[in-house]
Ligand binder design. Structure first.
Ligand code: PMP
Length: 441
């Protein structure tokens, strides 16, 4: 993998003794922030670049999280920093609905260009992933004049009321927060490791449920993550997504791909649906889109996007000018540095370093695409092994490698390194992880 240049040393250093700074900051957090927002890393970040995060005590961690798949171009990419500084020196905000500016339109044009399909497209900009998903549902309802929404087992779509209803896992995302939005139905997902079905078989199972339990005549949209994120980095069997998309087309149902985690070069293609040549009617994006600035989008067929009435979509901050400038720079970096290609190189290195672990009976699968890879752990009876997952992640953290877990059963370690990480840093982090898994297996 080609070396890039970095501002910070790409080293892993964790002091044996703490000077107490992180602890003091954490005491302030506990007093000031509700326990519902409890961070995973003990260190408080003061700097970040390339593949490392530096905390208030000078510890330098290898970052396999990217702020949950956000800082694909790095957390302080010079092109993004320069674009933000320039934008912010002119104006921080006007509200696009009140007084427009060019960068919003430029981001919309860019998204219309890079998303799958060569049909006429339009884009609305918003702030968060959940807000993008909510807007995709609104747009699909306005277009089809139907109400029901189908999502899938294991799915994650956000924390607002509608997206909580769309999200599968109850604890912690929904605990105590009901009642939830109605008219949301959950179909069975393709999960090759667990169901052993081919893509077409799993699609037939899902379509049967949709036809019998929802009815195409009531259904506005099917919303699916082409690679499920929080639910366990589940890659559906080949043929599943195309069959679901084809059924939607035949039944006047809007097919929405939630690419908030998998999109923008992360999977080794621009979008994860590209692996199967699926062209969604609507696509939701966020996270990696703007180099860490809050921005999200719904992009899709022009006639669907134009269904809501004038004034029907928007929001005070959606498409903030500083975030738009960051997005243009971040997407430019993805093109210039060929980050989809780099994500594929990252996949090859992850497979080389971690696939030998498949000799352990506890490692059920190494799966994923690009820089969105995961390991699923089981116990001696083949049941989900959350204990090993947590122990390996904790050991990594102690040794200066930030690892995230996921999965309905908390038994998946997911790897989301920045796409600009250096090869040596990546390999060092993976070796720490491999040793931690072997030590705890
Ligand atoms: N959809 C997917 C697939 C996601 O991974 C996430 C965030 N993890 C969301 C939606 C929600 O995004 P946000 O946290 O920005 O609201």
């Amino acid at each position: 993998m080609e070396d890039l240049t970095y501002r910070l040393p790409q080293t892993r250093t964790v002091a044996a003794e703490s000077d107490g700074t992180n602890h003091a900051l954490d005491a302030r957090r506990v007093a000031a922030v509700p326990r519902a927002v409890t961070p995973g890393l003990p260190g408080y970040v003061v700097d970040a670049d390339g593949g490392v995060l530096v905390d208030a005590e000078g510890n330098s961690y290898i970052d396999f999280a990217s702020g949950i798949a956000v800082t694909s171009v790095g957390a302080s990419n010079p092109a993004v920093v320069a674009a933000v500084q320039d934008a912010v020196s002119h104006f921080t905000h006007t509200c696009f609905m009140v007084s427009p500016y060019e960068s919003y339109v430029a981001v919309a044009e860019k998204l219309n260009e890079v998303t799958p399909g060569d049909h006429a497209k339009k884009t609305v900009l918003l702030n968060s992933g959940a807000e993008a998903v909510e807007n995709a549902v609104k747009i699909a309802r306005a277009y089809t004049k139907k109400g029901a929404v189908v999502v899938f087992d294991n799915s994650y779509h956000g924390r607002t009321n509608l997206t909580m209803a769309m999200t599968a896992k109850y604890t912690p995302y929904k605990t105590g927060f009901g009642p939830f939005a109605s008219d949301v139905y959950r179909a069975p997902m393709s999960y090759p490791l667990r169901d052993g079905l081919s893509g077409p078989e799993a699609a037939a199972r899902a379509i049967h449920m949709i036809e019998k339990e929802v009815g195409a005549e009531n259904l506005a949209c099917v919303v699916i993550e082409p690679i499920q994120g929080e639910g366990g980095f589940i890659v559906p069997a080949a043929g599943f997504l195309p069959a679901i998309a084809a059924w939607c087309k035949e039944n006047n149902v809007v097919f929405v791909a939630d690419e908030i985690q998998a999109g923008f070069a992360r999977s080794g293609k621009w979008f994860a649906v590209d692996y199967e040549g699926v062209v969604p009617d609507l696509i939701t994006t966020a996270k990696g889109i703007a180099g860490g600035m809050p921005l999200s989008a719904v992009t899709g067929r022009a006639e669907i996007m134009d269904a809501p009435v004038v004034g029907g979509l928007g929001g005070t901050y959606g498409g903030n000018p500083v975030a738009c400038a960051a997005a243009m720079a971040a997407i430019g970096q993805m093109e210039e540095l060929d980050l989809p290609g780099r994500a594929l190189e990252i996949e090859a290195i992850i497979r080389e370093e971690l696939e030998p672990l498949l000799e352990l009976p506890q490692v059920a699968e190494v799966r994923g695409h690009g820089a969105m890879m995961a390991l699923e752990f089981v116990d001696e009876d083949g049941r989900p092994n959350a204990a090993l997952t947590a122990a390996a992640a904790a050991a990594c953290k102690e040794q200066g490698v930030l690892i995230l877990t996921c999965g309905m059963d908390y038994n998946v370690i997911r790897l989301l390194p920045p796409l600009v990480i250096a090869e040596a840093t990546l390999r060092e982090g993976l070796r720490v992880l491999a040793d931690a898994i072997r030590a705890n297996a």
